[in-house]
Design a protein around this ligand. Structure first.
Ligand code: HPA
Ligand code: ZN
Length: 341
């Protein structure tokens, strides 16, 4: 049985084959793509306490073992992004990483309200990162954006996020998402925002069933009309929910490394993806925060191959299914179909 400590597969041939298969990623946070070395660079640039520290404060920050410590590391990363140019550079390196993994399409989560909270001109940052991804799509992966909002910051910033998502819809924003501390604010407080998002033709994702139980996934579906659930690892607790996800083809954005590193799945336990696959729950594989978790979509594939004993052709099938859950029109879907073997 594959447990959390295994990070790479021991079959080099399989690794090579997986690398070549065209990929789709639906759940990767821009801010969480910041690597240790990128953070060190920014800490030095801005002479922050991380840079002044006598110990290796960056390595310590990235060595979180619990979900609250992960959220803190996330916040510190965001506090080091201080200009639109910092965001543009981060976008550029994430796009390059996606291209290197043969990713043909990705939905990137970005939290513009972090900019306004930390005193940055949010609209300037939004316009700069969207423009960067439009430029990249000529030669690299095609990108859609999902604007994330922080649950513990309440509905007002979620409304603000929706406003931005609507304003920039034509520039590649496909939907909104809610993340952060799942235990903080009840889903119903965001119901109207998500309802308005749906009316505006925006898609909806929610982080749910990650630290809270299956009930939280039901609330994301009932109150927020989420079309995809991020993580949802606790869904298996509730057979009725499992039936619902299977019956409605409502997928989970599964992020294996994320779950072990934030401690929401214990490191010596098997990942629930085994039981999800057995139950027929639709899922996609994702890196979530590749910088903070020191992972990549390819590594997530390698871990899944080890746990599920999958062969390359099963990853081609997974990619075809992932395309069905992407926030694309059927015409766009047909075009990407041609890029997937
Ligand atoms: N959960 C909640 N919020 C997040 C996550 C996560 O896994 N990643 C980035 N923001
Ligand atoms: Zn996430």
């Amino acid at each position: 049985m594959a447990h959390g400590n295994h990070s790479t597969i021991h079959n080099p041939q399989l690794a090579i084959e997986l690398r070549e298969i065209p990929k789709i990623e639906l759940h990767v946070h821009l801010e969480g793509s910041l690597t240790e070395s990128q953070l060190r660079y920014l800490a030095k640039k801005y002479r922050t306490p991380l840079w002044e520290s006598q110990t290796d404060a960056v390595a310590e920050l990235y060595n979180f073992q619990t979900f609250p410590d992960f959220l803190n590391a996330y916040k510190v990363c965001c506090q080091h992004l201080r200009t639109p140019e910092d965001y543009v550079q981060l976008t550029g390196s994430l796009l390059q990483q996606l291209a290197d993994q043969h990713c043909v399409y990705a939905e990137i989560l970005f939290t513009p309200s972090i900019c306004s909270r930390f005193g940055l001109p949010a609209e300037e940052v939004i316009e700069a990162v969207l423009q960067r991804s439009i430029e990249a799509s000529r030669s690299g992966p095609h990108i859609r954006w999902v604007f994330d909002t922080v649950r513990q910051w309440g509905p007002d910033l979620c409304w603000q996020t929706l406003e931005w998502a609507i304003r920039y819809q034509e520039k590649g924003v496909a939907g909104i998402c809610i993340g952060g501390d799942e235990a903080s604010e009840p889903a119903r407080r965001f119901r109207e925002v998500f309802e308005s998002a749906e009316k505006a033709g925006l898609h909806r994702v929610a982080h749910a069933g990650e630290i809270c139980d299956a009930r939280s996934v039901w609330l994301a579906i009932e109150e927020l009309r989420a079309e995809r659930i991020a993580h949802g690892i606790r869904a298996l607790q509730d057979p009725l929910l499992v039936d619902y996800l299977v019956g409605h083809r409502l997928p989970l954005d599964v992020c294996i490394t994320s779950n072990f590193k934030t401690g929401v799945v214990e490191r010596d336990q098997p990942h629930p993806i085994e039981n999800m696959a057995r139950s027929g729950i639709p899922f996609t594989l994702n890196s979530d925060d590749p910088g903070l978790f020191q992972t990549s979509l390819l590594q997530e594939w390698e871990r899944a191959a080890e746990i599920l004993h999958w062969l390359p052709e099963q990853f081609v099938t997974l990619t075809r299914q992932t395309l069905q859950y992407a926030f694309l029109t059927s015409e766009e879907r047909r075009q990407f179909q041609n890029l997937i073997r």
